[in-house]
Write a protein that binds this ligand. Structure first.
Ligand code: HEC
Length: 208
């Protein structure tokens, strides 16, 4: 096969096998039948307006699960698993044998981590960065962009909603108009932020 043909094959395959999952950030999550930590079947919608959900494709070992649940309770989030016993779930698992997804309490998929089932401190860190970013956004950005990033601020600028689908985190950072202050702090639109807050707000903005 010539090199050029190989690329055509590759492009076609990428369309047939979407990069890993049927869940896309920014879209409503389907109301799957899942299992909670005790193995009881629950619908994803049962957590709507109550908790953020961390959806894992596999249940970790009991001790790891206990530790993970403790950490997430502090973050107002629960862990649920995808069991392979319904047709819809089997389809999901075929596409992504391992993945972690964060679905917010509004039922919207916010972050998807293909290829990895995070647990313990790693999972808490994954949720924690998004939540810290949300807090920074609410405090510093929402007055112009809207709490959900849905305000139209200028004629020629799209709302931030869905920005993660059109821009990479690096491109989002470039558009923040960051001014250097010192090695710990930066300036965005007249306000001082520490560098960690900037990283966190980028994680959050990418999930809007
Ligand atoms: C005082 C109002 C104001 C505040 C506060 C503000 N922005 Fe903006 N933002 C704007 C305006 C106006 C634009 C579009 C024009 C421009 O870039 O100046 C913009 C553009 C952006 C863009 C680029 C959008 C695109 O599609 O190109 C991003 C990303 C962004 N802002 C993120 C943030 C974040 C994150 C914060 C909080 C740390 C923030 N903004 C705070 C007014 C604001």
């Amino acid at each position: 096969m010539r090199f050029r043909d190989w690329w055509i094959w590759f492009a076609a395959a990428a369309c047939v096998w979407p990069p890993v999952w049927a869940m896309k950030p920014g879209e409503a999550a389907p109301d799957l039948a899942l299992r909670d930590r005790s193995g009881t079947e629950v619908r994803l919608s049962a957590y709507r307006q109550k908790k953020h959900v961390l959806l894992l494709t596999q249940a970790p070992a009991a001790a790891v699960l206990d530790d993970t649940c403790r950490r997430l309770a502090a973050l107002d989030a629960v862990v649920l698993f995808l069991a392979g016993d319904t047709e819809a779930n089997r389809k999901f698992l075929e596409g992504a044998p391992s993945a972690t997804a964060l679905i917010d309490s509004g039922g919207v998929v916010r972050r998807v981590l293909p290829g990895l089932v995070l647990t313990g401190p790693d999972l808490a860190g994954f949720v924690g960065r998004w939540q810290s970013g949300k807090a920074v956004f609410k405090a510093a950005c929402a007055r112009c962009h809207g709490e959900e990033g849905d305000l139209h601020i200028c004629e020629d600028v799209k709302p931030l909603e869905g920005i993660g689908k059109r821009l990479t985190p690096v491109q989002i950072r470039e558009r923040l108009r960051i001014g250097e202050v010192n090695d710990r702090e930066v300036l965005i639109r007249g306000q001082i932020f520490n560098r960690q807050e900037v990283e966190e707000v980028i994680v959050y903005v990418a999930s809007l």
